[in-house]
Write a protein that binds this ligand. Structure first.
Ligand SMILES: [Zn+2]
Length: 406
């Protein structure tokens, strides 16, 4: 996250330079003399500072850029970058001071004002001053209503405050600005936000509002797993068992790797309704479709142990173990099955051989964007706050480089 923000600040400064390069007066009258305003940018300290910045040597970069800034006290972008660097180092007060000083300069263009406000907003956000950050980003949009950085930051702030409707509105503005190929990505995020709105409305009875949010989420993104989960839960709560089942059954279809999230739900309802074949059939289908699916094997194994077929269950559980030897849940069901089989020596020996070379690690869910690790599946990353970036390392090891981060 640090790196990307530092790079962003450089980029912002460069873009700024490009956008306004012509508008800038090259020469300026100061104390009766014409001063070449390009001086600072052409100084070796400036160039060196930027290079240090890119190689992430923040302290040295600050040193060089401070020297460059000393050559030309008016250098706008140098002060902008310096402020950003102080923020990244955690010296938020200093960053705010620098950026506020810039803002007080007379004759700033609209673009300049927008950029300083954006940087100030980032300072405030970093310092935890939520209201002032919201104000700054909103102000940026007043100067430049399609400023994506401001919109993104606003959205994240609203999400942190659980103001889902406001976050949703901001994301809609972002979606409206996006090119056609980018639209599905925005719709997927809108679907997550819709789902949050549904959860927020879930307390109310009758739950019509919540249901319509979940359905809207599915309309936005037909692969939005949490929308199906929550919609099904609500339907079940309302006693609509068949509706709940057909909602949950969409999950294995749209996201086979997340099918396990509906296992308990479907198994319980199937047992309740007396359809004892339905759940095993689902597990078999999943195993056939993905031989690596250890969760479907585990679920079916557990089901078989419960229904008095421990030997059949063990075969599946041992297979499951090969794909994920660290899952405690598998071991627990294996013990259950072994117990039911009175610890037959041959079976116990097989179990011990299988586990001997197991490598244990505990947090298999990884954020594809920032590599944050988690023991459970998360829909929003607590570190980089991106939506739907988690993958289970063991299952999707080969296809994980498909990463849309920027
Ligand atoms: Zn992350």
């Amino acid at each position: 996250m640090n790196e990307s923000i530092v790079l962003l600040s450089v980029l912002v400064a460069f873009l700024f330079g490009l956008a306004t390069g012509k508008a800038w007066e090259r020469y300026k009258l100061r104390e009766g003399r014409w001063i070449d305003r390009r001086k600072a940018r052409e100084s070796p300290h400036y160039i060196l500072g930027l290079n240090l910045l890119i190689s992430n040597q923040t302290d040295l970069a600050i040193e060089e850029l401070t020297t460059a800034a000393g050559i030309d006290a008016d250098g706008f972008e140098i002060h902008l970058i310096l402020g950003n660097l102080y923020r990244e180092k955690g010296q938020v007060t200093r960053a705010i001071q620098l950026h506020q000083q810039l803002l007080q300069r007379p004759k700033l263009t609209k673009v300049e004002q927008a950029y300083v406000l954006l940087c100030l907003g980032l300072d405030f956000r970093r310092g935890g001053f939520v209201d002032r950050a919201l104000e700054a980003f909103t102000e940026v949009l007043r100067f430049d209503q399609s400023n994506q950085y401001a919109l993104l930051n606003l959205e994240k702030l609203y999400e942190e405050q659980q103001q889902w409707q406001k976050a949703y509105d901001v994301r809609q503005r972002l979606a409206a600005l996006a090119d056609e190929p980018q639209k599905p990505k925005h719709e997927a995020i809108l679907a997550f936000l819709e789902t949050q709105l549904g959860l927020q409305a879930s307390g109310q009875a009758p739950p019509l509002k919540a249901i319509s949010h979940f359905k809207a989420a599915i309309d936005l993104d037909q692969t939005s797993v949490p929308a199906y989960l929550n919609l099904g839960d609500l339907q079940r709560q309302e006693g609509l068992l068949n509706e709940a089942v057909s909602t949950w059954e969409q999950v294995p279809r749209i996201a086979p790797d997340k099918a396990y999230l509906v296992f308990d739900r479907l198994e319980n309802v199937a047992t309740e309704q007396g359809h004892n074949d339905r759940f095993p059939a689902l597990c078999r289908r999943l195993i056939d479709a993905n031989p690596q699916d250890w969760r479907a094997r585990l679920a079916l194994g557990r089901h078989l142990v419960t229904f008095g077929q421990p030997l059949k269950a063990l075969d599946l559980l041992f297979e499951s173990l090969l794909h994920n030897p660290h899952a405690l849940a598998i071991h627990q069901v294996i013990w259950q099955a072994l117990l039911a089989l009175h610890f037959t020596e041959e079976l116990v020996t097989r179990y011990m051989t299988l586990t001997r070379e197991a490598v244990f690690y505990l947090d298999p869910h990884v954020c594809m964007r920032c590599r944050y690790r988690s023991t459970e599946l998360l829909w929003q990353c607590p570190q980089c706050h991106e939506w739907n970036t988690f993958t289970e390392e063991r299952i999707t090891l080969t296809e994980e480089s498909e990463d849309e981060s920027h």
